[in-house]
Design a binder for this molecule. Structure first.
Ligand code: MN
Length: 512
């Protein structure tokens, strides 16, 4: 084992043992400096857009300044061996100095390549996409210029490919970049224009609008198209490959029901539950940054296109599911095994430590191993996706079945609108699966499977309903898939922590 490997191992052990807290990436190998991107043309080559003096200053003073200050800040903090793009994607972990200078280094490195002395024409797939998403090339340019002009003070304007594979134009302040995980509604930058005064002032003075319109004379559409094609191709390839892996013959392996009940009980502690949920979301957002889509009209925010092109990913359910909480814990333990420290594994069974600190430690370990766990090569991860898919399908089946039972029972008196499945906002925010209109009155409903009930005086406890949590709906509907028994309750449970418990009087329809 060489020195570096040994050092990595020591660090890994420290992290698992929680001797190191936040700066876990520190000094894993010798500091690797962020390189300087070579200017692909001479200072005077872009005269129709910018003068040689500005170009010289922009490249040699401003850009190189960002790179130097970034390397300086990285080495002072003892971060090592990080790629610039990786820093940008996980920028929330770093301080302001690194944010500004990494942004400056990254943005300019892109910018130099987005410009060309020879005119390049937009063509091919990107041209089609721009026309599709903006109406025409002229409308696209108009929008780009509008948003550029709206930027007050220093910043950039960008053409971005979103996680939903749509193009959009946005602007970022200072040296921020749409790929930074702190930018809401970002995406992958395809084209950018520097709106800092240092980029144009010598030549244009206060006529920034002129600088913006001259930009079109030097855009390197070949480079921009290549970025677009590379990005769409890799994404398509990834989701196609993922789909293939998931569809193999190996059936999903669930945790046992006694294990699951341990995890269910663990998360009946609200603090633990929210710690787990937030932790998972943050980690997934870093790993699948480019698949994250911010809330937009009619749709909820979340991950799209991971296991199937363009579709809402089942990974969005990972942070609320007990079964996968259990499976994830096992996946982390396996990683710990591999680095050889079995006594520090996680165990959340009843007789073991089940504290907030222990869940915090789990999140930290998961964060540390995220690059090894959340990849298609990891069998545990693929199994987790399969489990989530099967649970989702079961949920769909329960909804369909309960609807058919309910429609048969009420006949013409009832009208059904399904909301779940397509990633509707309605469903995400309040947990509405179906909207039933009975005798002209609308009732939103959440549908759950159940195995039976326990009657106790004036209360009814519903057994084996899966995930228990509060919903903002009018009706809670329980369906037994085998017997096709359906119970409709007014959504006023006495308890919805570990089990749903209702008063007798809340049961409004019992259909068998
Ligand atoms: Mn600049």
């Amino acid at each position: 084992m060489n020195k570096t490997e040994k050092k990595i191992e020591q660090l890994e052990l420290q992290i698992v043992e929680q001797k190191v807290t936040r700066e876990k990436e520190l000094l894993i190998t010798e500091m690797k400096k962020i390189g300087i991107e070579k200017l692909p043309y001479s200072y005077s080559a872009l005269k129709q857009f910018i003068d040689p003096e500005t170009m010289d200053f922009h490249y040699n003073k401003h850009y190189k300044g960002y790179v130097d200050k970034l390397n300086d800040a990285l080495s002072k903090k003892k971060y090592g061996d990080l790629e610039l793009e990786q820093i940008i994607k996980t920028i929330s972990r770093f301080d302001k100095t690194i944010r500004n200078n990494a942004g400056g280094a990254f943005n300019h490195a892109l910018f130099w390549n987005m410009l060309s002395p020879e005119p390049k024409r937009l063509k091919g797939d990107l041209q089609k996409k721009i026309i599709k998403d903006f109406g025409s090339f002229i409308l696209f340019k108009k929008k780009f210029e509008e948003i550029a002009k709206e930027r007050f003070g220093s910043g950039w304007v960008w053409l971005v490919l979103t996680g939903r594979n749509t193009l959009k134009i946005m602007s970022t302040p200072n040296q921020d970049n749409p790929l930074m995980n702190i930018i809401e509604g970002g995406g992958f930058p395809l084209l950018g224009l520097d709106l800092w005064e240092h980029a144009y002032y010598l030549k244009y003075k206060n006529k920034r609008d002129e600088y913006i319109s001259n930009f079109w004379k030097v855009v390197n559409w070949d480079f921009v198209s290549k970025l677009y094609e590379m990005k769409t191709e890799t994404k398509l390839l990834e989701s196609t490959e993922m789909k293939k892996i998931i569809q193999d013959a190996t059936p999903p392996q669930f945790c046992s029901s006694s294990e699951i009940s341990d995890y269910k009980e663990l998360t009946s502690n609200r603090a633990i539950k929210s710690l787990y949920q937030n932790g998972i979301t943050e980690i997934l957002k870093e790993v699948f940054q480019e698949f994250w889509v911010e809330k937009q009209k009619g749709e909820m925010s979340g991950f799209y296109g991971i296991e199937s092109e363009g579709a809402r990913s089942v990974l969005n359910n990972l942070n609320t599911n007990f079964n996968t909480f259990c499976l994830l814990t096992k996946a982390v333990n396996k990683q710990i095994d591999e680095i050889g420290k079995p006594n520090k594994k996680f165990n959340f069974s009843k007789k073991e430590k089940r504290t907030i600190e222990e869940v915090q430690r789990l999140i930290k370990a998961l964060d540390y191993f995220k690059g090894k766990i959340f990849v298609k090569e990891n069998k545990d991860f693929i199994n987790i996706i399969k489990v989530l898919l099967q649970l989702w399908e079961r949920g769909q089946k329960s909804e369909d079945k309960s609807t058919s039972v309910i429609e048969k029972y009420f006949g013409d008196r009832i009208k059904t609108d399904k909301t779940s499945g397509a990633g509707m906002e309605l469903d995400a925010l309040s947990g509405i699966d179906v909207v039933y209109t009975l005798d002209g009155v609308k009732h939103t409903a959440q549908v759950k499977p159940f195995s039976g009930v326990k009657k106790d005086g004036e209360t009814i406890t519903i057994l084996n309903t899966g995930d228990v949590k509060p919903y903002k709906v009018d009706w809670m509907i329980f369906i037994n898939d085998k017997t096709e028994k359906v119970l409709i309750f007014k959504n006023e449970p006495i308890q919805n922590q570990k089990q749903y418990v209702f008063k007798d009087s809340s049961l409004i329809h019992e259909i068998n």
